[in-house]
Design a protein around this ligand. Structure first.
Ligand SMILES: *[C@@H]1O[C@H](CO)[C@@H](O)[C@H](O)[C@H]1NC(C)=O
Ligand SMILES: *[C@@H]1O[C@H](CO)[C@@H](O)[C@H](O)[C@H]1NC(C)=O
Length: 352
């Protein structure tokens, strides 16, 4: 069981978004850094550091690059280690490093087809797999208060994906309405990457998947147009994007998987009818049930919540049935393999 559990433990953690470690992180690529508190370690993604907590009673081994039993982490004395002075960093890829190097020079050549294809997303929940296109949501039409409208763009695996706010009538109270989340397939992780606004109209995500979230407070503004363009890389990131905006489809059978026979990276978003929940006493509840929770480890299933400004991940690997609540949205990420049995079960949700 031990050899089975340990490789996944790196992912098993709560990621707290924090700028505190950015200065310690290398500006490019992926790295893991030890933390003076052995229960914690730092994951760096292109210069951004997040604090991750090891599962209870395990300590991070800088030598091995994952959380392990105390007796296997000799440099940790009484739960602490010498401060991060040494610069040993470890790549967070699970694949052998020869398979795919994030260090290799990336072609920054833009997509040679200069006329963008007519890939226009217009409805909340639209998603696309493409190298270029745009999102035009309520452009020149009033939006509602408390919208929580999600679009997903998937391009090629190591594409650099640039999003540019071309036009908007977003009002002052909603100046932070557009949040760009990025997905990192190396860590199966979601992070808040940037907010797009007139002051900050362009953002480039270093890896090819963006989740664009439009959240409003008031209803006095009009929508926007965002153009996106990805550099051509090597392969498409296999997998499926899906946004559930209503309560009608629940329950969803697990595994959530497309037809791919290869390893696939699936992203499922659930909102309460594309709205934020504003009543203190109400929430969007998500119930995860399975007969074999260890299959979630194989699937590397993570439930992320975007509540307010932060995204936090929960890993049900090895845990029994789970209940989550949010007034925002869920993002469920999985990495499915052909080799291992996927978790069977259900995901159901509803407003309570
Ligand atoms: C290490 O971090 C954990 C989790 O934040 C905390 O509970 C614990 O008290 C910390 N230990 C020390 C020695 O600071
Ligand atoms: C799966 O394959 C079948 C048959 O080739 C096809 O009809 C269906 O649309 C595919 N589903 C997905 C999600 O790709």
């Amino acid at each position: 069981m031990q050899t089975f559990t340990i490789p996944f433990i790196i992912l098993v953690c709560l990621a707290a978004l924090s700028a505190a470690y950015d200065s310690e992180c290398p500006s490019e690529g992926f790295a893991q850094l030890p933390h003076p508190n052995c229960s914690l370690f730092i994951v760096c993604v292109h210069g951004r550091g997040s604090e991750i907590q090891c599962p209870t009673s395990l300590y991070y081994s800088a030598e091995l690059g994952y959380c392990d039993y105390e007796q296997n982490v000799p440099d940790c004395v009484g739960g602490t280690r010498a401060p991060i002075g040494d610069t040993t960093t470890q790549r967070l890829t699970e694949q052998p490093t020869t398979q795919r190097s994030t260090q290799r020079p990336t072609t920054s050549r833009p997509n040679p087809t200069t006329t963008p294809r007519p890939n226009v997303l217009t409805q909340c929940g639209d998603s696309i797999t493409a190298l270029s296109g745009s999102i035009e949501y309520k452009l020149n039409a009033n939006y509602d208060a408390n919208e929580l409208c999600v679009f997903i763009i998937r391009s090629q695996r190591d594409s650099k994906l640039t999003l540019q706010l071309e036009a908007d009538g977003i009002s002052g109270v909603d100046s932070n309405a557009i949040t760009i989340l990025s997905y990192h397939d190396d860590v199966n992780g979601i992070s808040v990457f940037a907010r797009l606004s007139r002051q900050n109209p362009t953002v480039t995500i270093p890896n090819g998947v963006a989740i664009v979230v439009f959240r409003t407070n008031g209803n006095t503004g009009t929508g926007f147009k965002i153009d996106f363009l990805a550099t051509e890389d090597s392969v498409w990131l296999p997998g499926m994007n899906k946004v559930y905006n209503t309560n009608e489809i629940s329950p969803l059978q697990l595994p959530i998987r497309s037809n791919n026979t290869e390893k696939e990276y699936d992203i499922t978003v659930i909102t309460s009818e594309a709205k934020q929940i504003t009543e203190e006493s109400s929430s969007l509840q998500l119930v995860l049930k399975t007969d074999n929770p260890f299959d979630f480890c194989n699937d590397r299933l993570i439930i992320w919540k975007l509540d307010g400004n932060d995204v936090v991940g929960y890993v049900p690997c090895g845990e029994g049935d789970q209940i989550y609540e949010t007034r925002g949205m869920y993002i469920i990420t999985t990495i499915l393999n052909e080799e291992t049995a996927p978790a069977r079960g259900t995901l159901s949700w509803g407003r309570i």
